[in-house]
Design a protein around this ligand. Structure first.
Ligand code: NM2
Length: 538
């Protein structure tokens, strides 16, 4: 027992109970629970739509304020700490942790949904509809979304590297506001809600990735993509990769996988960019960025309030897309934020915020700009109708049909499938690492291996069990659960923002003193160095 004295057993057990409480009814009373979840989904996306969009915008403005305001220069670490990872590795790691296989799915195909059902009551397939089709995906994976990711990273990195508190859990970041309640049931509920949200978000990811990878394997080998054993095999393979990578630890496992994936991704993107319609891709991507810039606040706030009145059609576009996306980013955010915090030692608040927003957005823009616009070009040039496959078959079938249009398409599909599996793994190995951290009182260097392994398997065995028991339906339910499990996070995020501001303003004098002393020291070392340098020509 002594061996695991750093375990926070109450949180661990509470998380397990909540898990079982969600999963067991799903398995035992499938129809009733599916109805309840659908109702909840309707309630959350419709009633709380304003709250979701508002919190997204508030977080974005908050991050910009922090980056450019008086606190931006604070270094997350001791004053002479240097960044632990070089910027390229740092950007690659944060991108791989935050982005999973879903970008391969939506990056290729999101435009096709908007092309036929555009926002702002634009007529389908018109020039305007095409403009928004190419742009909206980038917006949903853009600066606002990444600022949702970076927010929790800041208070956690602050606690870890400035205050030397080795606890990586979200309730701890709420301490300035919650005070002594942090260590009571309230803190535990916050941690469990975060764990719950992450498991919901993971369900969405697995629900999308498994059929997509299965479809790829099916195109390559001819096996039936709907076969249950194939989907189970894919889940198992990703679990084993991420369990292994999680087991070997952050520096070796996760970093290596992230590096491999960055290269594979570059090869895939460069290949499509070169053999595909290069000029079309460049023009459309740049124009899309312009459109997003122009319409940023419109996109961030549009909730279609008049739909259904005065014969105005109710498309539910914002509810089915923007609200869903913000919810999805929110449930992943504490986990990715905790991970970003772990790798950001020695960087300033400004660097972390702007780095995450800029590198994250750039990375996503590459996927949407190259893969998505390749598909769009196939459609517009009449080479191949993607939307027809989407309507008549499925999303994964449409994705593979786009890739099949490439020269040497089999190689492209192999790289695509491999990348998807590794992305799934990097998301989950960082996930299990963070979940393990959340269920320990403290971490000694890294969370316990058994704890990391446990979460690695828990993350995928739940959807796996559901897959075996009831085929695809339960995964659809878990997708919806991800949106629902995001709702409590809106409140947690407000607490987080207020808490962090409180911490910064109460530490302000100490921080200013620290940076003054550091500058003085630096000046002294510099003058000694110059003095030495000066002597060489004497
Ligand atoms: N986000 C970025 O499934 C994944 O790729 C993980 C998804 C939140 C939409 C993250």
């Amino acid at each position: 027992m002594k061996k695991y004295q750093l375990m926070d057993w109450p949180t661990f057990i509470l998380a397990l109970i909540v898990l079982l409480a969600v999963v067991l009814p799903l398995i035992l009373f499938q129809e009733a629970s599916s109805e309840i979840i659908m109702d909840l989904n309707g309630f959350v996306t419709n009633q709380l739509g304003t709250a979701y969009l508002a919190i997204g915008l508030v977080i974005f403005i908050y991050c910009l304020y922090l980056a450019f305001g008086k606190y931006g220069g604070i270094k997350l670490g001791h004053s002479d700490d240097k960044p632990e990872f070089n910027t390229l590795s740092w950007a690659a790691m944060l991108f791989c942790a935050g982005i999973g296989s879903s970008i391969l799915y939506w990056g290729i195909i999101e435009w096709a949904y908007y092309y036929d059902s555009p926002p702002f009551h634009i007529s389908p397939r018109s020039e305007e509809a095409i403009n928004y089709a190419a742009s909206y995906g980038i917006f949903h994976w853009g600066p606002l979304a990444w600022s949702i990711y970076v927010l929790p990273a800041l208070p956690i990195a602050y606690a870890l590297f400035i205050k030397n508190e080795n606890i990586i859990r979200i309730s701890h970041a709420c301490r300035p506001l919650l005070g002594k309640y942090t260590d009571s049931w309230l803190g535990k509920i916050i941690d469990v809600l975060f764990i719950f949200g992450l498991l919901g978000g993971a369900g969405t990811t697995l629900g999308l990735a498994t059929p997509m990878i299965a479809e790829g394997v099916s195109v390559l080998t001819g096996v039936n993509s709907e076969a249950l054993w194939l989907r189970i095999l894919i889940l198992l393979l990703s679990t084993i990769i991420f369990a292994f990578s999680s087991y070997t630890g952050i520096k070796k496992g996760i970093k290596k996988l992230s590096d491999i994936n960055i290269w594979l991704t570059f090869i895939l993107l460069a290949f499509v960019f070169i053999v595909g319609p290069t000029v079309f891709i460049m023009e459309t991507t740049l124009s899309s960025l312009g459109l997003i810039f122009r319409d940023f606040f419109r996109m961030a706030t549009w909730l279609e309030p008049f739909g259904g009145y005065n014969d105005i059609e109710e498309t539910n576009f914002p509810q089915s897309w923007t609200v869903f996306y913000w919810a999805w980013w929110l449930v992943y955010s504490p986990f990715v934020g905790l991970f970003i915090a772990r790798i950001s030692k020695g960087r300033t608040i400004k660097e972390v915020i702007l780095g995450t927003i800029i590198y994250g957005t750039l990375g996503c823009t590459l996927f949407f700009g190259i893969l998505g616009n390749f598909g769009l070009w196939l459609e517009l040039s009449g080479t191949f109708s993607v939307t027809e496959v989407l309507k008549e078959q499925s999303g994964p079938a449409a994705i593979m049909s786009i890739l099949s249009q490439l020269p040497m398409s089999n190689i492209a599909i192999i790289i695509f499938v491999l990348t998807a599996i590794i992305y799934l793994s990097t998301t989950f190995d960082s996930g299990s690492y963070i979940l393990a951290g959340a269920t320990q009182k403290k971490i000694d260097g890294e969370p316990y291996r058994f704890n990391r392994l446990f979460w690695a398997f828990a993350l995928s065995f739940i959807p796996l069990a559901l897959l075996i028991i009831s085929g695809n339906d339960s995964l659809t339910l878990l997708q919806t659960a991800s949106i629902v499990s995001g709702a409590p996070l809106i409140i947690i995020f407000i607490i987080l923002m207020v808490s962090f501001m409180k911490t910064l303003s109460s530490d302000r004098i100490k921080l200013e003193e620290r940076s003054r002393l550091f500058k003085e020291k630096e000046r002294k070392t510099l003058s000694i160095r110059y003095a030495k340098d000066d002597r060489w020509w004497e």
